[in-house]
Design a protein around this ligand. Structure first.
Ligand code: ASP
Length: 241
């Protein structure tokens, strides 16, 4: 698992990757930000820091659910890399999406992202994931890369989901902030621009907030699990366009 968090006002961040016993990797990422002199801890060092900090630990078995075992088996049998629960079908096989030459399926409930803006316009973003089904051992995705899967600054907070390799190549989260800063785009305009121009053939999506209190999302895949809640009581969820 891996997770990252960023506080836009102070541009502080904390990241962990390669953890396999930490119940809530995002809490550990926050501790890296607040209690360590570093921004990023990985693998055995991250696990060691987790124990030092006394975060909730679970045996590795806790994370191995029958659902995931089934999905991994399926992914291995069909020699695919997956980032969702959709089974490769004959129809997919006709025009399969490819990642590093392997077919893959296309919408992504594995990652959890959250972006927030407070009444004073301070933005923050966080992303946590188990990554891709049937990923190689040692693979690190976008969710634990500041600027790729997660970014927050004075103008916005962004969290991404989808094909991590494409999100990394496009430095997707940072690009939303960059076009707002350098092109003067509004939040939704920036999100649309980045989804259209920075993703090449990769499939991904993102959620974003601005310091003005706007919320936006965008994706180039079939759907994206998402929700919004505001102080005024607005609450909405969505999956498809
Ligand atoms: N972006 C994540 C990764 O590549 C996967 C996801 O969003 O489901 O690790």
């Amino acid at each position: 698992m891996e997770a990252s968090i960023m506080d836009g006002t102070k541009r502080r961040c904390g990241v962990v990757s390669g953890v396999s016993t930490v119940k809530n990797p995002i809490s550990l990422a926050r501790l890296v930000m607040e209690k360590s002199p570093h921004s990023y801890l990985g693998f055995s060092g991250a696990e060691e820091f987790a124990r030092e900090q006394g975060v909730e630990i679970e045996e590795n078995e806790y994370f191995i659910t029958p659902d995931n075992v089934g999905m991994l088996k399926l992914a291995k049998e069909s020699n695919t890399i997956m980032f969702d629960y959709r089974i490769p079908t004959a129809e997919n096989e006709k025009s399969p999406l490819k990642m590093n030459g392997l077919p893959m399926s296309a919408y992504a409930p594995e990652t959890v992202g959250c972006v927030v803006v407070d009444s004073e316009g301070r933005c923050a973003a966080a992303t946590s994931t188990g990554g891709l089904m049937n990923k190689m051992s040692g693979r690190i995705g976008d969710s634990s890369i500041i600027g790729a899967g997660t970014y927050a600054c004075e103008v916005c907070g962004v969290s991404c989901t989808g094909e991590g390799e494409a999100i990394i190549r496009g430095t997707l989260a940072r690009e939303v902030a960059a076009v707002m800063e350098y092109k003067g785009f509004g939040l939704q305009e920036a999100v649309d621009f980045v989804i259209k121009h920075r993703l090449d053939e990769g499939q991904a999506g993102l959620i974003a907030v601005s310091s003005k209190g706007e919320v936006a999302y965008g994706y180039n895949c079939n759907g994206m699990f998402r929700g919004v809640a505001t102080q005024d009581g607005l609450k909405e969820v969505g999956i498809w366009k």
